[in-house]
Structure formats: C-alpha cells, structure tokens
Design a binder for this molecule. Structure first.
Ligand SMILES: Cc1ncc(COP(=O)(O)O)c(C=O)c1O
Length: 399
C-alpha cells in the first residue's frame, strides 16, 4: 500500500518521460536493492551500468563522506585537488592527454562534439556516427544518435552528423567528404541492443582516421570503467582513440562525466569556450577517484567481470537450446544482451515480480549488467528467475 501510494504521488508531480517499472527503491547494498517493505531485489541493472562496484560501496561512501566534510563545491573559478588527482588517474589509466569534467554522458559527448568543431576548424565539422548508436538526450547528442525513435518530435536538430551501419568500415570510408572531421562510435553499442562489432572494427577505424586525418572518438559512457572486462572497452583491440567520453560507472552512482582527449586537440578549448558550473565537483571527483583506486588495487574485480560475464552468457546460451524465444545472446564482460522473439518488457516485469531487476535495450533485448562484483550464487539465482519468467512469457506468446 505504502509502495503504491508513493507511485501515485510520483504520477501527480513528475514528468511522465520515463517508462519506469512499478518499483520504489529505498536502499541499496552490493548487488541488491530494497523496496519500502524491506523486500530485496537482485539488481542486474546496476543503475543502468552505473553502480559497478555495487550499491553503497564502502570505499566510495567513505570518500564522499570525507570530502563532504572538507569542501562540497567551489566552482571552476578555482582549482581543487580532487579534480586534478582524478584527471591524473584517468590519463595514467588511459592515454596521455587532458580531461574536461562534466556531470553526465550526454554532456561529455556534447563537449566532445564541441571539441571536434573547435579543433578541426570551420570547414570540417561533420561527424560520422553509427546507426543504432546512442550518445545522449541533448539536442546535439540526439542528432549524433543513430536511432530515429529518440528524435521523433524534436526537429530541427543541429546538422553535421552522418550515420552509417555499425561495424562497417567501408561504409565509414564511403561517407567521408571534405567536411568530415571525426568518427564517433561506442566500442560496443549498449542502448542500441548490445551490439558487438566484428573483430578488427576499431583497429580499421583507427587506420582510416589516421589516413584521412580525422579524429577518432570512442563513447565509453556505458562500456568504460570496467564494464566490459577491461578498464576501457577499446583495450580489447589495443586501439587508442583521440578522445573518449566517460560517465555512468565512473562515479559508481555519483553523477560525473568526463572527456579525455589528446593534448594537442584539448588545447583547442581555450578559456571561455566551454564550461560547467558543477563539472569536476570535489564530491564527484572524490567518488570517482575511489572507484578507480578500487579497480586498480583489486584486479579480482575485472577478472570477476570476465568470469561472471562468461557464466551468464553460457547460462543464457544453454537456456536458448530449450527456449526458442531466445534469438541471440551477445555481450562482453558484464554488458550482455539477450534478444528475444517476444517483447522484452513483460519478461523483465515477470522477473521483477520474482525479485530480479533487468533493464531493456530496445523492444526485444533484455540487458544483464550486474555490478562487476556480482557473485556466482547471484548469477545462478538470476538465471533461475529469468528461466522461470521466460517459460511463462514464452508459453503465453509463441515464438
Ligand atoms: C553510450 C552512451 N553514451 C551516452 C549516454 C548518455 O549518458 P547520460 O544519460 O549520462 O547523459 C548513454 C546513456 O545511456 C550511453 O549509453
């Protein structure tokens, strides 16, 4: 009753822009979320690939508490040490360059797009992105996004984006014009359905960008900070971009976004060209530093991401042998999509009723993305619940 009353209040005062599941959460710990009655749910959404170390990770919480006692905000009129330390840690862990901090993935991509425009001069402004990509909800990152459904009703969008099929390097080459300035892709597409590009895709993109003198930008907002089993997903092919964007898992739930770019390019954004009042906020940077330190000091976490990812994939593939509604299982690390021949939402709703939280990636894909610290027993419990949900949904809607 208390639960439904809360949802009814929300329906009176909040924008109706989210297709939320009917669940109120009040508390989180590790891999679990709790509703107001104290019932626990196995959280395989991790806040949409955000709480990668688990809910309320003690080290991150302590870092936020300590920083909150010293300084919460001072703006970018001044220097603050957590911001500098985090930029040092990020560039040390990725590639030599500079960092701009903001508060979300869309803002990080917006900054990357502005950086392309400013650093490549007035005549080269076009950015090639992929169909089925997702880069954010601001007008410009929506224009960059290669999915028509997110753009409906928002025209006119800023010009300067060309979409080509994901995974197709020849299509990128064919789309290059004298105005082309950059190629921007997700190393693995998350929101677009958990799409894995063919092996060598990133390497070939790097070669094309080198040859054509284009910037190569990786949107690692969803794939970065360990989600795919390496600190950054581009490491899988050993390809280094000119710039990358991060958000989601970087703060383990504390809002933060970052654009990391090679030094020569980053210098194009001189004083007054870009900014954010909250960007690089000391609390956010303290949280993100604790995340990076935890991942560096405990290599078990990335190993576990690979092992548990393989366990989920195997479990789903085994299930596919007897459950024909599973069309395909794809993923890397703990970013896994299970494509169904039936609508995914009722399956996720059945899982929720049974105590497992799953996100969607399009109308037919269920996404498994638990914390990177998830244990075998939790994976097995999730697979059992999913199997039950699929059996009931599959029985209702023939494949
Ligand atoms: C690859 C990618 N880029 C950008 C974004 C936008 O991030 P945010 O919601 O933090 O603005 C998302 C969000 O799902 C994403 O998956």
């Amino acid at each position: 009753m208390q639960h439904n009353a809360i949802i009814q209040r929300a329906e009176q005062v909040l924008f109706p822009n989210y297709a939320r599941f009917p669940l109120v959460v009040t508390k989180g710990r590790d891999c679990r979320l709790f509703d107001p009655s104290g019932r626990s749910y196995l959280d395989f959404t991790a806040g949409v690939a955000v709480t990668s170390l688990g809910h309320c990770h003690p080290k991150v919480t302590l870092a936020i508490q300590k920083q909150a006692q010293r300084l919460v905000h001072s703006s970018n009129l001044f220097f603050t040490e957590p911001q500098i330390e985090l930029a040092e840690a990020l560039t040390a862990a990725s590639f030599t360059g500079r960092v701009f901090f903001c508060n979300s993935g869309a803002e990080a991509n917006e900054a990357a797009i502005k950086l392309v425009r400013k650093s490549m001069g007035p005549n080269r402004y076009e950015i090639i992105t992929a169909t089925q990509s997702f880069h954010g909800r601001t007008l410009t990152t929506m224009a960059a996004t290669g999915q028509d459904k997110v753009k409906e009703g928002f025209n006119p969008l800023p010009p300067g984006f060309v979409h080509v099929p994901y995974g197709d390097v020849a299509a990128v080459e064919a789309a290059i014009t004298p105005q082309t300035a950059a190629v921007m892709v997700e190393p693995i597409q998350g929101e677009g359905g958990v799409n894995i590009p063919p092996a060598g895709y990133l390497t070939d993109l790097r070669e094309v960008c080198n040859r054509e003198e284009l910037l190569l930008i990786f949107d690692e907002v969803q794939t970065g900070v360990g989600r795919c089993g390496s600190l950054f997903a581009y490491e899988h092919e050993g390809v280094v971009p000119d710039a990358m964007t991060l958000a989601k898992g970087l703060g383990n739930g504390f809002p933060i976004g970052a654009l990391v770019a090679r030094d020569e390019i980053a210098r194009a954004l001189g004083p007054g060209t870009h900014g954010s009042t909250f960007g690089g906020n000391p609390l956010a940077c303290a949280a993100a530093l604790a995340v990076l330190e935890t991942l560096r000091e405990d290599p078990w976490i990335l190993g576990n991401t690979q092992r548990m990812g393989a366990r989920i994939m195997l479990g789903l593939e085994t299930l596919a042998a007897t459950q024909p509604v599973i069309r395909e299982v794809r993923g890397r690390g703990l970013l896994i999509g299970c494509e169904l021949s039936i609508p995914a939402r009722p399956v996720a709703e059945a899982c929720l009723a049974d105590g497992l939280l799953l996100a969607l990636a399009g109308p037919h894909v269920v996404r498994f993305m638990p914390p990177l610290t998830v244990r075998e027993a939790d994976v097995d419990e999730a697979l059992t619940i999913f199997t039950r949900a699929l059996a009931s949904a599959g029985a209702q809607v023939p494949a």
